[in-house]
Design a protein around this ligand. Structure first.
Ligand code: NG1
Ligand code: MG
Length: 389
């Protein structure tokens, strides 16, 4: 792909020299769903597919951006002499523009503009975080080109802030953190409140992570996502009438059971229950994985899915069908939806010698029930965002 990108770069920007390459992965969350914005724990890992950015400095104040994934949008040209503004028709380029604005807002002076060409091989809208991937690819690119010295965690926060403020999606920090801080063959146990984190090796013995894409667009995800956030916020407010807590993530399941009567609305109670139990499950799951108890880890993944289906209500027919079909197979140690839900992907742990059969049988059952074709990827766990030589 790099060769094709270089050719395209030459064609668009007329340059073959002084080009640097950057990469940011996609991510998959193994457990800890809808806990990030509740101040709980998540356990994601970075993948080996992601977003590539080739970039070279210019001698004037112009920035030119192009994505090989969206050729119809064409080259987008902006000037450093004008404020960075969100433009509907710029579509994908608003993500890099948002990150650029974060740098400018911190007083970074860009003496020169630059040309940048992006290409991403993450399936779009599948919940593997193509948006955070392009944000982090842009962060490390700007850091590299302009020799700034933000810490990785700072770049993560800037990227999340860009998504919150510039794009207008009030996401938690999980995606950007996993993509910025990922480490080969490790997942990250992240406390989303304190941002304390710990790498945990993913040792699955004779099994692998298999991602299955429902290929169902997550059309509902954004509105329901904000609805879930409000429901959790309301539940927290009710609890704060008696409890001195900042987030649902601070509660143990036992504390929750002793105080759940404070939550006035029954639906809010269910949402909060998921957040609290999911957080506890995540911490326990990582302990089990570190002890080499993959079966218990897998069981907790399944419990996570059930809770997301019944209490949080963010799964839907397609995701439930994929998980059910997975659990009907031999050699499946755990399976759950990953990401925001309503569509997108599931992640399963499957014994290596059963993977081919898994893909065939689950694909068939899914097609029969939904009429849709699922895509499967055996996931490799890679490093976080970086310059590549
Ligand atoms: P997806 O939709 O998979 O990128 C979303 C949020 C995360 C997290 C998960 C649920 C965005 C960009 N990201 O993930 O922060 O809250 O849902 O665990 O909305
Ligand atoms: Mg996104």
């Amino acid at each position: 792909m790099k060769e094709q990108m270089r050719e395209q770069f030459k064609k668009l920007f007329g340059k073959t020299e002084g080009i640097r390459s950057f990469f940011a992965p996609g991510r998959v969350n193994l457990i800890g769903e809808h806990t990030d914005y509740n101040g709980g724990h998540v356990f994601p890992c970075a993948l080996t597919f992601g977003t590539y950015a080739l970039a070279a400095l210019r001698t004037d104040k112009t920035i030119q951006m192009y994505s090989m994934n969206f050729p119809d949008v064409g080259v987008i040209s902006i000037s450093l002499d004008e404020p960075v503004s969100f433009m509907e028709e710029h579509d994908w380029a608003n993500y890099p523009k948002g990150v650029l604005k974060e740098f400018l807002d911190r007083g970074i002076e860009f003496g020169n503009g630059f040309d940048v060409l992006y290409y991403g091989d993450i399936p779009n809208g599948a919940g593997l975080s193509s948006s955070a991937s392009i944000e982090l690819a842009t962060s490390v690119m700007l850091q590299g080109l302009f020799e700034t010295s933000f810490s990785k965690v700072e770049l993560v926060k800037m990227s999340q802030h860009a998504e919150n403020e510039f794009i207008g999606v009030s996401c938690g920090i999980m995606d950007q953190f996993a993509i910025g801080m990922g480490k080969e063959n490790h997942a990250i146990l992240l406390d989303c409140q304190s941002l304390q984190y710990k790498y945990s090796p993913i040792i699955l013995k004779d099994a692998s992570l298999v991602i299955a894409n429902t290929n169902k667009r997550r059309a509902l995800a954004d509105s329901k996502y904000n609805e879930r956030r409000s429901e959790c916020e309301r539940a927290l407010k009710d609890l704060q009438n008696e409890l001195d807590i900042q987030s649902l993530g601070e509660l143990t399941p036992e504390q929750f059971e002793n105080h759940r009567h404070l939550i006035v609305n029954e639906i809010d109670q269910k949402r909060a229950k998921h957040a609290v139990y999911e957080n506890a499950r995540t911490i326990l799951a990582v302990e089990k994985l570190q002890q080499g108890d993959i079966e218990s880890f897998g069981q907790l993944m399944c419990d996570s899915h059930t809770s997301l289906r019944d209490d949080y209500e963010v799964t839907g027919f397609e995701l439930d069908t994929l998980v059910e079909a997975a659990l009907n197979q031999q050699g499946v140690i755990g399976s759950r939806m990953t990401g925001a839900g309503f569509g997108g992907c599931t992640v399963s742990i499957v014994e290596n010698e059963k993977i081919d059969q898994f893909i065939e049988e689950v694909g068939k059952a899914y097609k029969e029930k939904t009429g849709l074709t699922a895509d499967f990827y055996v996931a490799n766990v890679g490093d976080g965002a970086r310059e590549i030589i």
